[in-house]
Write a protein that binds this ligand. Structure first.
Ligand code: F6P
Length: 550
């Protein structure tokens, strides 16, 4: 039993029914399934907003989908969803509400946390961000020496980096090309060094993004950035106010750091780091694309929020995607999930999803603190598709592992491309469609023989097929479409966490490494003795010190 009185997941009749169904189904052959149901290619599709979703190439039947939906009902996914949208404290281990959906709610919406409507506060910050972004973009906001800001450097890590960095890349075609926008996250000093080495400090604005404002990587890089700036501008502390702004929930720490809280854009503890880029954390993105485009992106998020909140189970896309992941991870033994965008602008999309999915659902205990007896979040990986084709697709096609994959593609390129480059788009998309076809239907030995291939090479050139994919297609990668895509994945992750009965909104697993790093640092710098350091780490520290000549 769970603390709420419900049966544990793997003892529910719905789970058992799925396990039995999986046995009975055996190895589903997509060729046979499509032969028996020629309309599957249109029947197994859904639309949400501008997204067309094809799930026909999955190893599922109508019965599988029905049983999965029954599992969702038994685990009350929609009940938890409603609690999230109502602002209940569903992040139980941190005792917090989970309300990233409020960040994109319309101005007149009412969403309460502890009896207070949070929507006016959300819009007040968005308005403040918009006013500031406009001042930077127009040149009205100048640096300490009176020069116009031409460079924006976002310093943050995890959710305070991946979201804005990914979205900046994704929406590059919509950015002000006269502005240089860079993202620094790594505590490796070379990250900051390379980001600023060709910039004029007098024209550079640092956006320090940290929910807690205690994250060591960010505070260290921000301190070094301040030194770099002050060294160049004559050391006057007053310069900091013109060149540093902060995005945080922690006004006290921001002030301690030396940033005027008038230059702080706030957000709230009910916004998780990996769900934060449409809060103040998106400021550098807003400066790059402008407030209107930013709002279009938020509208895209909201559209999918509303779909997730209201669509029935049969046509609810995040629910479907979440359930497909449960099917592969819990009943077919898949360990990972590939996300393969066929848009170079989405080159950071999968890295962003890694935090969203793996920090959310990489948990081994359930909400009641008991070890789970079922697989939870998959390893999420991938890079833009055509590059992947010449790297790891071999393993997806002919390896021994089951790797469900999402293919994301667009009908039109967005940028102002030359006619010749525009024409390349059909070639890109031909690859996109060809790959999911090859993965699903493969090539039989007889087909290989019919091409005159010598018998000894037939097994090597045979493709078994039955590699499942979801295809997500949209007309073009606009700000709204980006918002729709991200919200789709956010809610997919939510669905899976709800089914697995884990807290998708905490991240305790990151803590231990942080604590140990603090303990080990004096051993590296001063050779200090670290009590309790294991023999392997002790020897490594000694080797490191020797290599550094200490
Ligand atoms: O990786 C752990 C984490 O806490 C993430 O959840 C968060 O996005 C990141 O660190 C950065 O945290 P902050 O915004 O507080 O600097």
């Amino acid at each position: 039993m769970n603390a709420d009185g419900r049966t544990r997941l793997d003892q529910t009749p719905e789970w058992t029914a799925l396990a039995k169904h999986r046995e009975e189904l055996g190895n589903l052959r997509l060729r046979e399934v499509f032969a028996a149901h020629p309309d599957r290619g249109t029947a197994y599709t859904l639309r949400v907003g501008d997204l067309y979703i094809d799930y026909s190439k999955h190893l599922v039947t109508d019965d599988t989908l029905r049983l999965l939906r029954e599992l969702a009902a038994a685990t009350d996914v929609f009940g938890l969803r409603d609690a999230m949208f109502r602002g209940e404290r569903i992040n139980t281990t941190e005792d917090r509400a989970v309300l990233h959906t409020a960040l994109r709610a319309p101005r007149d919406a009412v969403i309460e946390v502890d009896g207070e409507n949070v929507v006016p506060g959300v819009h007040a910050v968005l308005d403040k961000m918009a006013a500031f972004a406009d001042r930077v973009r127009s040149g009205e906001w100048t640096g300490h020496t009176g020069k116009r800001i031409r460079n924006v450097v976002n310093i943050g890590i995890g959710g305070s980096d991946l979201g804005p960095a990914m979205a900046y890349e994704a929406l590059r075609a919509f950015t002000d090309r006269d502005l240089t926008v860079r993202f620094v996250s790594n505590v490796d000093g070379s990250d900051l060094h390379e980001a600023v080495r060709d910039l004029d400090p007098a024209e550079t604005l640092f956006v320090i993004a940290s929910k807690t404002f205690t994250t060591i990587e960010t505070v260290t890089n921000a301190t070094s950035a301040r030194t770099w700036l002050l060294d160049a501008l004559g050391g006057e502390e007053a310069a900091v106010a013109r060149h540093f702004v902060a995005l945080s929930t922690n006004a006290e720490k921001v002030a301690d750091f030396g940033i005027d809280t008038a230059n702080m854009f706030e957000f709230w503890d009910w916004v998780g780091g990996r769900y934060s880029y449409d809060s103040a954390i998106g400021l550098s993105l807003m400066i790059a694309v402008g407030p209107d485009r930013f709002r279009e992106m938020l509208d895209g998020f909201h559209l999918v929020d509303e779909h997730f909140r209201t669509a029935p189970a049969e046509s609810n896309v995040p629910l479907l995607l979440g359930l497909l992941g449960v099917w592969y991870g819990n009943f077919l033994g898949a360990q990972s999930h590939a996300v393969l965008p066929y848009s170079h602008y989405l080159s950071k999309f999968t890295a962003y999803l890694q935090q969203l999915d793996m920090e959310s659902n990489g948990k081994y205990v359930d909400r009641d603190g008991r070890e789970v007896r079922w697989q939870t979040g998959p390893v999420v990986w991938g890079t833009p598709g055509t590059n992947g084709q010449h790297a790891y697709y071999q393993l997806i096609h002919q390896g021994t592992k089951l790797i469900p994959a999402d293919f994301i593609g667009f009908a039109e390129p967005v940028a102002e491309l030359s006619d010749e480059l525009k024409a390349q788009h059909d070639l890109l998309m031909a690859n996109f469609f060809a790959q999911t076809q090859a993965l699903a239907f493969g090539k039989t030995p007889d087909e290989v023989r019919a091409e005159g291939v010598p018998e000894e090479l037939v097994p090597h050139k045979t493709f078994k097929g039955d590699h499942p994919t979801t295809t997500i297609l949209a007309r073009e990668l606009t700000p709204s479409v980006l918002g729709q895509l991200v919200a789709l994945y956010e809610h997919k992750v939510f669905v899976q966490g709800a089914i697995w009965n884990i807290d998708s909104f905490d991240q305790w697993g990151v803590e231990l490494g942080k604590v140990l790093a603090k303990r080990v640092e004096p051993a590296l710098t001063e050779g200090a003795d670290v009590p309790g350091l294991d023999a392997s780490s002790r020897a490594l520290v000694a080797a490191y010190r020797e290599l550094r000549g200490r």
